[in-house]
Design a protein around this ligand. Structure first.
Ligand SMILES: Nc1ncnc2c1ncn2[C@@H]1O[C@H](COP(=O)(O)OP(=O)(O)O)[C@@H](O)[C@H]1O
Ligand SMILES: [Mg+2]
Length: 257
């Protein structure tokens, strides 16, 4: 097995706060890796550093052996590393199908000069239409295809956000709290979708999640962080037995007073 994502001694300082403190971990091909920790632990910051939304104070990020430290999100996306956000980020006025076409555009029409090539634009339009139809089916959104995305229930909007990320044809998908704001039924659908992404599309997933049940049911390995630092990395069974994880994550002190 070889590393897909390699995070090495990554740190980020915001003024006096070390939001990310010397974080190192790797993901392997075929894995779903979870990142958990209490609110404010530094989970979103870690994702922002990996995908280039913010620059690290020190440390390195590699993707398939290539150093991508300091890349912009667009440059990371072009290499096949894409992220979804904690809140649903769709174009609310556009139809669901058009949202998916727009998602594909990020990857395929990245360079402006290609827009001048009529043959390429025509080819792109037909590919985008085909891919949108295929993704509507994959994500179970056919019933909403021609409705404005803003009319969809929140859970379906978040599913659409994931499908848009898939439209960029990533190698690895980083998902920030895919279950946040979802009801239990929507959370279960999201969990199934993530497993299908791995099984049917062979796309690796790293997911930040506050919902412990979701993480332990779908992840192969879990990275636990608190106050910007890694507490432990292990299988769901291993981390659930870890006393520091129980205390930090659940916020309970196991000693009686
Ligand atoms: N841009 C920023 N400027 C200053 N502080 C920030 C910034 N982004 C995050 N933080 C701080 O970094 C810490 C970690 O935040 P975050 O990564 O959002 O945590 P999580 O996603 O685990 O809830 C928090 O204390 C937060 O207030
Ligand atoms: Mg967060």
């Amino acid at each position: 097995m070889s590393a897909v994502l390699e995070v090495k001694e990554l740190s980020k300082r915001f003024g006096g706060l070390l939001a990310t403190n010397n974080v190192s971990f790797t993901t392997e091909r075929g894995e779903i890796v979870g990142v958990i920790g209490p609110n404010g632990a530094g989970k979103s910051t870690l994702f922002n550093l990996i995908t280039g939304t913010i620059k690290p104070s020190s440390g390195r990020v590699s993707f398939y052996g290539e150093d991508i430290t300091g890349c912009t999100p667009e440059q990371a996306a072009q290499r096949g590393l894409i992220r979804t956000f904690q809140s649903a980020t769709v174009f609310k006025e556009k139809t669901v199908r058009d949202n998916l076409r727009i998602g594909m555009q990020f990857n395929r029409l990245g360079r402006p000069f290609q827009l001048l090539d009529r043959a390429r634009v025509k080819e792109f339009r037909s590919d985008a239409g085909r891919m949108a139809t295929e993704l509507l089916d994959f994500a179970g959104l056919e019933a909403y295809a021609d409705r404005p995305a803003g009319d969809l229930p929140y859970g379906a909007q978040k599913i659409l956000g994931v499908a848009m990320a898939l439209a960029t044809e990533p190698k690895q998908l980083l998902m920030d709290e895919p279950a946040a704001g979802l009801n239990p039924v929507e959370t279960e659908s999201m969990g199934h979708l993530i497993q299908k992404i791995r099984l049917e599309r062979q796309i690796d997933v790293v997911l930040v999640e506050h919902d412990m049940a979701m993480v332990t049911s779908i992840c192969d390995r879990i990275v636990v962080i608190n106050r910007g630092e890694i507490i432990t990395i292990g299988t769901p069974e291993e981390i659930q037995r870890h006393p520091e994880v129980i205390e930090a994550y659940l916020g309970v002190d196991l000693e009686f007073d």
